[in-house]
Design a protein around this ligand. Sequence first.
Ligand code: PLP
Length: 361
Amino acid sequence: MSRAFNFSAGPATLPEAVLRQAQAEMLEWDGAGASIVELSHRGPEFMEVARQAEADLRTLMSIPDDYAVLFLAGGATAQQALLALNFAAPGQTVDYVVTGHWGKTAIKQARPYVNVNIAADGEAGGFRDIPARADWRLSKDAAYVHYTANETIHGVEFRDIPDVDNAPLFADFSSSIASEPLDVSRFGVIYGGAQKNLGPVGVTVVIVRRDLLERAGQPRADIFSYASHAANDSMLNTPPTWNWYLAGLVFKWMLAQGGVEEFARRNARKSKLLYDTIDGSGGFYRNEIAPGVRSRMNVPFFLHDPALDAAFLKDAKAAGLISLKGHRVLGGMRASIYNTMPEEGVQALAAFMRQFQQAHG
Ligand SMILES: *Cc1c(COP(=O)(O)O)cnc(C)c1O
């Protein structure tokens, strides 16, 4: 068996040490007589797994005590609807800043419930840059301001936290959560599916400032209420226990590796190496994103001749580098280089790209 370097955008590569531990614990978890996925979510074994995962994520991300941490099903997309249902009154205005595909998705999910004001939109420029903060048109009484910290498909990332005056700031961190130190206290809500930077698909992390849970929001079933989930430790119904457990293993692994400070350094080196390789190729490869907002997590790039795409992917696979095909929205290539992508993987990709250029340039 040989594992390739996997540049998938999500579900994404997991650390081999985590997969090995999960494998070792698959048949029996810690003397429990059964796998953790076979045990009640309310039993002492899983309750301990859940408690430890939350404690580790709080340590990893320095999450203040006045924030609740929820582990939910439904993916980031479901949260995009729930944000509107929980934190805005029916028809209330909410501000959205759109910097790529996922910002548009967030609006689509919220629109049935709220009055969406698009405060800024990078689409006219092909989402190659982030509209300057000075040009945003924020509403006076918005329930919240929503933006996408890292656009997974377009490869655009906010490199600082925008200042938005009075409304709480809500951010989709699906593809950049825990990739560097972050001042959580600047946000009302941070959410993200775990399948990019934090581990397995099927569990979504929602970090919410507790005072916001007192907002009435809109008529909704209990199961769509963040306050109810928070009051029930994310066990209002059966949570995705296996995914939660695996995410917990990733948190432990990240802490042992040195935490978010260490991942910030690795992620900076990895992305710099790829962008340097692209920029230094004399136009053989290109990335069109404004340099100041290039994503450290997802590096989309194009070959100068799309007729070479198939050969690039085939040769890459033969070299042990997989899942480099770009999203169908953009075409071309995309290397997703989350926390769990080792530096050796990116070094191997950069070396392969130079070789491929020599052979075809
Ligand atoms: C992947 C992704 C989503 C969608 O996540 P699901 O878990 O599939 O719902 C939303 N936002 C961003 C930024 C993403 O990368």
